[in-house]
Design a protein around this ligand. Structure first.
Ligand code: ATP
Ligand code: MG
Length: 270
């Protein structure tokens, strides 16, 4: 639906833009007196129409997010991969990982999780740049993952400018940004992907760094698989059909289900 609306909005934009360009070509030279006004108006039309087109593109790509294909994998590997890719972004910033020795066997879509980590590390780098690299003694990003009860927890902490004072949770909504060139889609995409995984996200203050500087921390959970369970078919939700007492054993995520969040079954049929 969103994609169709986007398409229908975009349809008339091209003729509007082409007409404005044609008017400019045809009449600009003939308007001696009012040339400035004419030129300004035509430019405004062309520019605004272009902006609408870009916004619609972003909107429809957001609405077209692929389904998550959850597979069992080592979360630590995914974290190392993303950090390796992103640490080249700004060599002045130290990006470190904080991972347990044992693998963290969890259920996730490797590509989408990579997208999550990339967005979050990019935001952290930008928060450090936003505070001014020269103003921070040891610009650092820490990407940590650990097991926490029946879930895995991943946290991305920085010592940048910190979360904006107000409306922290609104940052998860699309198009909310404080950056001049930001689209405000980064965290919305992250939140959507984690929701697809049946996880939870939180925006908290980071632990103070060694100089006492407090930046931002984005933390989220993912469903976990015990390291000894290697049957991939367990992406099926448990059913009561077998007549055993597997239901309500607490292995699933009662908390997420209570709130009507998509759990494992929500990603079937992809
Ligand atoms: N690590 C962080 N520290 C401080 N503020 C942050 C951090 N990450 C995000 N924010 C705030 O949340 C806002 C929304 O982030 P989001 O990633 O959704 O969009 P963006 O980064 O502004 O734009 P884009 O992701 O398109 O480049 C940012 O503009 C910034 O104000
Ligand atoms: Mg961003």
């Amino acid at each position: 639906m969103a994609r169709r609306i986007a398409h229908e909005i975009k349809n008339p934009l091209t003729p509007i833009q082409l007409s404005a360009e044609r008017l400019r070509r045809r009449y600009a030279s003939k308007l001696a007196d009012d040339f400035d006004v004419f030129d300004k108006c035509i430019n405004t039309i062309i520019r605004q129409v272009g902006d609408i087109g870009r916004m619609v593109d972003e909107f429809s790509s957001f609405a077209r997010m692929p389904e998550a294909k959850l597979e069992i994998g080592d979360l630590s590997d995914a974290v190392r991969q993303a950090v390796f890719l992103e640490s080249v972004r700004l060599p002045e910033v130290e990006v470190t990982v904080d991972l347990p020795e044992q693998p963290i066997v969890a259920l996730f879509d490797n590509r989408l999780l990579g997208q999550v980590l990339t967005n979050l590390i990019k935001n952290a780098v930008e928060a450090i740049e936003g505070a001014g690299l020269e103003a921070i003694a040891d610009p650092t990003i820490i990407v940590a993952a650990r097991i926490e009860g029946d879930r895995a927890r991943v946290s991305i902490s920085d010592n940048g400018k910190g979360w904006p004072k107000e409306n922290r949770n609104r940052l998860l909504e699309p198009y909310i940004t404080t950056r001049e060139k930001g689209t405000g889609l980064g965290l919305a995409i992250v939140a959507k992907i984690i929701e697809q995984h049946g996880g939870k996200v939180e925006l908290i203050d980071a632990e103070p760094d060694k100089n006492g500087r407090v930046g931002a921390c984005f933390t989220f959970t993912l469903p976990l698989r015990a390291a000894d369970s290697d049957d991939v078919e367990t992406t099926e939700p448990p059913t009561a059909a077998a007549g055993t007492d597997v239901t309500e054993a607490g292995g699933a995520t009662p908390e997420a289900e209570k709130q009507g969040e998509p759990h494992l079954h929500a990603v079937e049929g992809t």
